[in-house]
Design a protein around this ligand. Sequence first.
Ligand code: HEC
Length: 231
Amino acid sequence: MKNSMSIKTGLAALIAVLTVSCTSGYKKVSGKRANYTTMSSEELAEHLIFKDRGFKLNQKVQEGGTMRDRMKQDEIQKICSALKKRQVDSSTAQKVSTIAKNNMLYPKGSIRLGDWKKGRALVQNAFGFRVGHKTDKHSKRKPGGMCVNCHLLDSKMTIPSGNLGPSLRGYGKTRGQSEGVMKYTYEVIYNPHSVFPCTNMPRLGANGFINQEQIRDVMAYLLDPKSPINQ
Ligand code: HEC
């Protein structure tokens, strides 16, 4: 399993902040002095992780293998990283969404809704694949969907939400449950690059964060009229 770009970027930024705050602007690296002050945050993060050994790349990760394996970019990540923050152009967008669509796996039969209550537990469970000082131990707790990290969810939810993604409050109320809506929602959750090429949203289905049954439950949370997100 590969991890999402956003987790990597977040991690890299965090390492950058931590390290910059406790070292001076210069550090001797294999005989050469690296000038942190002239580096962009991405260059600095890359430098600290890969050249300065500021991060334990041999650390084991939850999906098997090491941090070093996780840092290897897959095809979509390489194409999107090459943009270097430029807005995605139409030919890159086309390329990325084609790769995503070609690798899309649909459930056998039709796309169906599961149990919104189970879905609600998943969307607010931000326990996942973190490593570092506090590693998410899957033997202690099962990982969730992490949606709350980026989306505003139902009004009864007490844990604070992130806002990298759009609010999903009232998602099913305005859309209904047509075949098109079901397919769109499934595709966004399974592999959002099919719809939003080079997005920050992780590939929750394609990368194995959540399985088919869990996707059905999360979809029920978003689309079932009884779900608190649609009240
Ligand atoms: C790291 C942040 C992040 C996480 C985690 C995340 N998303 Fe997203 N999501 C986004 C972003 C950003 C967009 C907007 C797409 C874009 O423009 O790139 C989005 C878009 C969506 C959309 C489309 C909204 C619309 O109005 O069409 C849906 C549906 C969605 N996300 C559902 C989910 C669900 C369900 C989960 C958890 C299983 C989840 N997201 C986890 C960042 C995230």
